[in-house]
Write a protein that binds this ligand. Structure first.
Ligand code: HEC
Length: 137
């Protein structure tokens, strides 16, 4: 009887240890994804964070050196349409610190993907952090 109870405690103890480790592995760089998105938005998230985040903020959270794009893309913001977004990113405003991305080799479909992601953030359809890719076509 005593042995049986002890064995039970051991099993409980083991499972507690295992979940504890999983918790530790999930540090701030490995958060569970909150949103599941289509390929276009996923690519946009990646391209945005590779190219734009250093000035406009990781996950479009804003910085003190460039406009907050969540605000710019709102209906009452400065960048109201997809066309204006694409044109602004392609041509940039080099004199004011915004690089011209087309001459740097960025293609329009990539800018469209970035738009899909940033617009989703602006409309609060997407949270911060790495999204998960929706499986399928
Ligand atoms: C080197 C820093 C830097 C990088 C990198 C950068 N931007 Fe900018 N961006 C700026 C600055 C500074 C401005 C504001 C220019 C001005 O004062 O008119 C700006 C303006 C903009 C605007 C216009 C916002 C508004 O409200 O008028 C958009 C849209 C934009 N950036 C998108 C992007 C995208 C998309 C990327 C990545 C492909 C990107 N930017 C990368 C610095 C940067």
């Amino acid at each position: 009887m005593a042995l049986k109870v002890w064995g039970y405690c051991l099993v409980l103890g083991l499972s507690a240890t295992t979940s504890g480790n999983a918790q530790e592995l999930r540090d701030q760089y490995h958060q569970a994804p909150r949103d599941t998105v289509a390929q276009e938005v996923y690519d946009g998230w990646k391209q945005y964070n590779l190219n734009c985040a250093r000035c406009h903020g990781e996950d479009v959270q804003g910085t003190t050196i460039a406009p907050h794009l969540i605000v710019s893309l709102k209906p009452e913001g400065t960048i109201k349409t997809k066309e204006l977004f694409i044109q602004t990113v392609c041509d940039g405003r080099p004199a004011r610190g915004m690089p011209a991305w087309c001459p740097l080799g960025m293609e329009i479909p990539t800018i469209q993907k970035i738009y899909a992601y940033v617009k989703g953030r602006s409309e609060a359809k997407l949270g911060p952090g790495r999204p998960a890719l929706k499986p399928g076509p």
